[in-house]
Design a protein around this ligand. Structure first.
Ligand SMILES: Nc1nc2c(c(=O)[nH]1)N[C@H]1C(S)=C(S)[C@@H](COP(=O)(O)O)O[C@H]1N2
Ligand SMILES: [Mo]
Length: 355
C-alpha cells in the first residue's frame, strides 16, 4: 500500500563538505536514469559566484577571426542540441583506495545523469571563426578563490583540445531535464563534455578563449593529472575520459538479508564506448555470471543491470560487479593507484550477511 503523503520518505544528498559545497548523490537509492536537480551531486572548488545576470554577455576571443560578445538572448536563439550524459567526478570513489588518498573522500555518489540542452560550442566557434594556429579552447568560470598551494587567486578555468571542443556533442548547456539550468549547476551556461570526467564541464561560463599553445592553469596542469608516483611527478598525464565502471545499488553494503531470492542491481558506465556486459560474482570472484543489462541507445549514459541471486546458504558473502565496454576495457581487480586518487574503477564490491 502506498504511503500517505506525509509519510513519503525520500533520499537526500550526502554531505562531504559545506564550504565550498560538495555533496554526493544517494546513488544506491536512484531508480531512474534522469536524476532530479535536487539529487544531482554538487562539486565545487570555491564558494558560489555572486553575480547578477540581467546583462549577461559571453566573450569569445583569442585565436578567432572575429572576437564576439554574444548576448544570452542570442545564444538561446541558436540551433540547440540535446544530450543525455552521465557526469562523474574524477574523484568519485576516492574513499575506496587502500591505503587512503588525501582529497575529498567521495563515496560512490559523485556521479549523476540527465538530459542537457544547449548550443554546441562548435556553433559559437563557427560564428567567430578560428585561426589556423588554434589548438585549445579555454573556458573560464565566474567562480574564483585562493589556492593555498600557490598562494594566489585563480578562477576555475579549464581547456579542451580543439577536436573535443568542436565535437558536435560538446555543448554550452542552459537546460537540465527540460528546466532552466539551476544556479548551483552553472546557470546561465555551463559546458557539458560527454565522456570526460566532470572537471571538464565548466560551470558559470565567463569567457571562452581560443589558444595556440597549451593552457597551463592549475586546474589543468596541477590538479586533474594522474601522478603514478607518490614522490615525484614522473609519468604525469591528464585526466580525461571516464573509465569503465559499475556500482552495486542493491543490496546495500553490509546488509543482513534472508536466505532466498534477491535481485542484485546497479549501474555501469564508460566514457569509451558502450557497456557490452556486466558480470556478477556472489563468491568473492571465484565464479562469475552475466547480469541482465538494459539496452542503451546512447554511449554517453549508464546502463542499469540486474541479477537474480538465490541465496541458499547462510554466511557472509562478497558480491562483486565487473563491467566491460566496447573498447575492450574491463574493470580491474585493483584500482590504478595515483597520488591524487582520480579515476577509481576497480571491480565494485559489497558484503552481505545471509541469515
Ligand atoms: N566553474 C566551475 N566549474 C566546475 C567546477 C567548479 O568548481 N567550478 N567543478 C568541476 C568538477 S570537478 C565537477 S565533477 C563538475 C561537477 O558539476 P556539478 O556540481 O554540477 O555536479 O563541475 C566541474 N565544473
Ligand atoms: Mo570533479
Amino acid at each position: 500500500m502506498a504511503d500517505p503523503k506525509h509519510h513519503v520518505v525520500k533520499p537526500y544528498l550526502v554531505t562531504r563538505r559545506l564550504h565550498p559545497e560538495n555533496q554526493e548523490t544517494p546513488i544506491q537509492f536512484i531508480e531512474n536514469d534522469r536524476i532530479q536537480t535536487s539529487l544531482f551531486y554538487r562539486r565545487n572548488h570555491f564558494s558560489y559566484p555572486n553575480l547578477t545576470y540581467s546583462n549577461y554577455f559571453l566573450p569569445i576571443n583569442g585565436m578567432v577571426n572575429t572576437p564576439l560578445l554574444i548576448s544570452l538572448q542570442s545564444i538561446l536563439q541558436l540551433p540547440s542540441k540535446t544530450v543525455e550524459v552521465v557526469l562523474e567526478c574524477s574523484g568519485n570513489k576516492r574513499s575506496l583506495f587502500e591505503p587512503k588518498v588525501f582529497g575529498e573522500q567521495w563515496g560512490k555518489g559523485a556521479i549523476s545523469q540527465g538530459v542537457w540542452k544547449g548550443v554546441p560550442l562548435r556553433t559559437l566557434l563557427e560564428i567567430s571563426g578560428i585561426k589556423e594556429a588554434a589548438k585549445e579552447v579555454v573556458v573560464e568560470g565566474y567562480d574564483f578563490g585562493k589556492r593555498t598551494d600557490l598562494d594566489k587567486v585563480f578562477s576555475y578555468t579549464r581547456s579542451l583540445p580543439l577536436e573535443k571542443a568542436i565535437h558536435p556533442d560538446t555543448i554550452i548547456a542552459y537546460e537540465y531535464n527540460k528546466q532552466p539550468l539551476s544556479f548551483k549547476h552553472g546557470f546561465p551556461f555551463r559546458l557539458i563534455v560527454p565522456q570526460w570526467y566532470g572537471m571538464a564541464s565548466v560551470k558559470w561560463i565567463k569567457q571562452i578563449s581560443v589558444m595556440a599553445s597549451p593552457f597551463n592553469g592549475p586546474f589543468q596542469k596541477i590538479d586533474y593529472m594522474y601522478y603514478p608516483n607518490l614522490e615525484n611527478d614522473d609519468g604525469a598525464h591528464p585526466v580525461t575520459t571516464i573509465n569503465v565502471n559499475s556500482t552495486i545499488q542493491k543490496p546495500l553494503d553490509m546488509a543482513k538479508i534472508n536466505t532466498g531470492k534477491h535481485v542484485i542491481k546497479g549501474i555501469a558506465w564508460s566514457g569509451k564506448g558502450n557497456i557490452t556486459h556486466v558480470e556478477i560474482s556472489t563468491d568473492n570472484g571465484h565464479t562469475w555470471s552475466k547480469a541482465q543489462v538494459s539496452a542503451s541507445k546512447s554511449s554517453y549514459k549508464w546502463v542499469s543491470w540486474s541479477y537474480e541471486w538465490n541465496a541458499v546458504e547462510k554466511g557472509i558473502f562478497s558480491i562483486l560487479s565487473k563491467a566491460t565496454d566496447s573498447s575492450g576495457q574491463t574493470q580491474p581487480i585493483k584500482p590504478y593507484r595515483n597520488r591524487n586518487g582520480y579515476g577509481y574503477n576497480a571491480i565494485d564490491n559489497i558484503k552481505v550477511m545471509v541469515e
